[in-house]
Write a protein that binds this ligand. Structure first.
Ligand code: BGC
Length: 785
């Protein structure tokens, strides 16, 4: 035996001595199955393998047919099941959370669960519940909120919805996977108070809602890989929270065989550590068989509970019902950020100029594993036209998403394009020179021609990867000086035929000029702008990609009645905000985005959403601004030095005014708030009673929010205000409603770092209520004991 192996075995033996952890309680059936399984069969549950009959999903377990344990398929699906077949594309999770409506979260989850089961999937690799800690995160669109209560309520509803259809939900990525930059190498240093008060409540809520599985994250947390972190996996998840399901690793996020004894139960997608290496460790006694049995028991207990061992029948899809849910969530999650002179809803009979590439090519979802394969999606320009009746609706692209094929003459050696505009890369890669005819801003794009293809484009020192895994087309906006520039095209996987596109500065100027001219001729201009958030990378800045700020500004100069529709995943900078009348945030609205957008613009529906994250005034004024140690990290470490000051908690603590505050969103009507009374509920919590009246002339949704001030007796850091309860209510014009908003006892607790447990924040505490975190006209007090 080599010395290194010996050391590893000794280390494993030391850890094995920690056993046993709280062992799962198994049914007699599962216990009997575990007794009958051979070691190899047991190990087949502890890691995935490639699916011999893949349906395009992400994970697979073969099962043990001789004992009637079926194969199990696991699919991603943040906003719709992601397999080869098409499925319902729902609004992005951030838009779902913006509904502030747990019932809709259940319905969103139920659509995914039903589609998933119908498409032969058993386990959903979602939802994503980590908090939105900073505005750049590539997966912010796939997450819910910067606030733990909104995250917790949304995830609980979603998990219940998914699992109501017999699909096992996997809450992810446990924990502190709040950035994509260096996601698999970064070590997050976070204090226990911030861990428990900010990041973990969402996971805890998912566990309490019965989530069958938890996916541990790529990153490390306080020096230990998340998937081998016994504090997170054993102590908190399994012991303190009593989680009865299983922990699976994120894809290739397992780092050692001893992860099994640290709380990991299943390595995905394949078994590097929990297959042969684990077998050897079991056979030589370094890992006890009881640890293997415990993991298998956890997994089979969930399979049993969900009827997988009984071959539970699968439902058929309900496309029409699913489309209704998708549209409802898009309308209820849409956030109206600005609406001067009641420009929206559009009325009268004037003409409309619809502008922007995503008005024509709908922006359905963000990128990465959260991107599905939609049944269909109508273009907003078509849905607007269909609804506009006799009005004139014109369309101007304003920009070109992909560009025209690079002319062969522009690159040397030449890359001849075929009739369909594609080029074939000879050999392993193409390296050449691209000649820019003039100085200016260019956009160079690359796209795949086959579903499994991954392609890379490098121009000078910048690069982009596009194609498979939901990445879609890649775009390099770049300033080129006149003359030759290095260009490299690499087909990483799949065929060598790729699409290459180019938009020159002259083309961009022309597109903007035509859009402004179309806007000038119309009564109202509606400009669609977008960004491309995706798993795998963070956004480099909060600005809209490339030409779009200029486009909005030029359109607004040409037409004072300009409405902007955002197809963006998170907060964006809006240098043109003062120039436009209205801004409607449609996020990534799913397949019914076109219908929902038209319904909202014309007032058939009213925007019901509120921001679940603060929009900063500038990049210099965010909780992570100016300190690379906080973001994106220095070396391999990122320091969550802000503690509990995440999102509005930071803005409030530092008196920084945001562009739009947390909880904010306008409607097509107005509301008045009054009569706050706070009454203890006798169980450590309280009820906040308040009155909301619709003072406008249209039906609309109010989301009164109740915030809690600090306890005078606590020395740990506390938020100036933290959200303690909210309720969404639809009111007709003139209607008045007295509401009871429950503030759970948990809201009055804080994490005590001395006792390492929750403690009551006693004493007289302020209670504030109103329509957003920055507009709280009502004030009360509560003596907390
Ligand atoms: C992502 C997970 C996803 C998995 C399988 C990983 O790269 O981080 O969220 O479930 O891939 O597709």
């Amino acid at each position: 035996m080599k010395q290194t192996t010996l050391r590893a075995v000794v280390a494993l033996g030391a850890i094995a001595a920690l056993l046993p952890v709280a062992q799962p309680v198994s049914s007699g059936r599962v216990a009997s199955l575990v007794r009958q399984l051979t070691l190899d069969e047991k190990l087949s549950f502890l890691h995935g393998i490639g699916d011999p009959r893949s349906l395009g999903q992400s994970g697979y377990l073969p099962g043990v047919p001789r004992l009637g344990i079926p194969e199990v398929r696991m699919a991603d699906g943040a906003a719709g099941i992601r397999v080869s077949a098409t499925a319902t594309a729902l609004p992005a999770p951030v838009m779902l959370a913006s509904t502030f409506d747990q019932t809709l979260a259940k319905r969103h989850g139920a659509v995914i669960g039903r589609d998933g089961r119908a498409l032969k999937m058993d386990v959903l690799l979602g939802p994503t519940v980590g908090v939105i800690r900073q505005p750049y995160g590539g997966r912010n669109f796939e997450s819910y909120s910067e606030d733990p209560l909104v995250s917790a309520n949304t995830v609980a509803g979603h998990v219940q919805g998914v699992q109501s259809q017999g699909m096992i939900a996997t809450v992810k990525h446990y924990a502190e996977n709040n950035q994509e930059a260096n996601r698999d190498g970064i070590d997050v240093t976070v204090g226990e108070q911030a861990l428990h008060e900010i990041e973990l409540p969402g996971f805890k809520a998912a566990v309490d809602a019965g989530a069958g599985s938890v996916m541990c994250a790529y990153n490390q947390v306080n020096g230990e890989p998340a998937c081998g972190n016994s504090t997170l996996l054993r102590t908190i998840l399994k012991e303190q929270w009593g989680f009865r399901g299983w922990v699976m690793s994120d894809w290739d996020a397992t780092h050692s065989t001893d992860s099994l004894v640290k709380g990991l139960d299943m390595e995905m997608p394949e078994g590097v550590f929990l297959a042969d290496k684990l077998k050897a460790a079991v056979l030589n006694g370094a890992v006890p068989m009881s640890a293997v049995d415990a993991a298998v028991t956890r997994i089979l207990t969930q399979f049993d509970g969900f009827g997988l061992l009984d071959g539970k029948p699968r439902p058929t899809r309900d496309r029409a019902g699913a489309a209704r849910v998708a549209q409802r969530v898009a309308e209820q999650g849409a956030v109206l950020l600005k609406n001067r002179a009641n420009t929206l809803p559009l009325r009268g009979d004037g003409s409309i100029a619809v502008i922007g590439p995503t008005a024509k090519t709908p922006k359905v979802s963000g990128g990465g594993s959260g991107k599905g394969n939609p049944d269909h999606a109508n273009a907003p320009v078509d849905t607007i036209r269909a609804r506009a009746g006799g009005r004139t609706v014109t369309y101007a692209p304003g920009g070109d998403l992909f560009g025209t094929p690079i002319p062969a003459s522009a690159v040397n050696p030449p890359l001849n394009s075929a009739d369909d505009g594609t080029v074939t890369v000879p050999g392993q890669y193409y390296a050449g020179a691209l000649t820019a005819p003039v100085d200016g801003d260019y956009r160079i794009s690359i796209g795949a021609t086959a579903p499994d293809q991954l392609v890379q484009l490098i121009v000078d020192d910048r690069n982009v990867i596009a194609g498979a895994y939901g990445l879609g087309d890649g775009e390099l906006p770049t300033h080129l000086t006149k003359g030759p520039h290095k260009i490299v095209v690499i087909p990483i996987t799949g065929p060598h035929k790729v699409r290459l596109g180019l938009v020159t500065p002259a083309e961009t100027r022309q597109l903007i000029r035509s859009a402004a001219a179309a806007a000038k001729r119309a009564t109202t201009a509606v400009v669609f702008v977008y960004d491309d958030e995706s798993e795998g990378l963070d956004r480099p800045s909060l600005s809209l990609a490339t030409y779009q700020d200029e486009l909005v500004s030029e359109v607004a100069k040409a037409n004072p009645r300009t409405v902007v529709v955002l197809n963006t995943g998170s907060s964006v900078a809006m240098p043109w905000l003062g120039q436009v009348k209205s801004v409607l945030d449609m996020y990534y609205p799913g397949q019914q985005g076109g219908e929902a957008t038209a319904a909202l613009l014309f007032g058939d529906a009213a925007p019901g959403g509120r921001l679940t994250q603060t929009f900063p005034l500038s990049e210099k004024q965010t909780p992570v601004a100016g300190d690379p140690r906080r973001y994106p990290g220095v070396g391999k470490r990122v320091d969550y030095g802000e503690g509990i000051e995440v999102g509005y908690r930071w803005y409030d603590a530092h008196g920084v005014k945001p562009l739009f505050p947390f909880g904010f969103g306008l409607t097509y009507t107005s509301f008045a708030y009054g009569g706050l009374a706070v009454v203890p509920d006798g169980r450590g919590g309280a009820d906040a009673w308040l009155t909301v009246r619709n003072t406008g002339s249209r039906t609309g949704d109010a989301v009164p929010q109740v915030y809690l001030g600090p306890s005078p007796r606590v020395t740990e850091p506390q938020a100036v205000r933290s959200l303690a309860g909210y309720q969404k209510v639809t009111l007709r014009p003139g209607e008045l409603r007295r509401l009871r908003i429950h503030l759970d006892a948990a809201r009055f607790r804080y994490w005590d770092t001395t006792s390492h447990s929750w403690a009551v924040g006693a004493g007289v505490r302020d209670i504030f209520a109103g329509p957003s975190s920055a507009d709280l006209p009502l004030h009360g007090r509560l003596n907390v004991r």
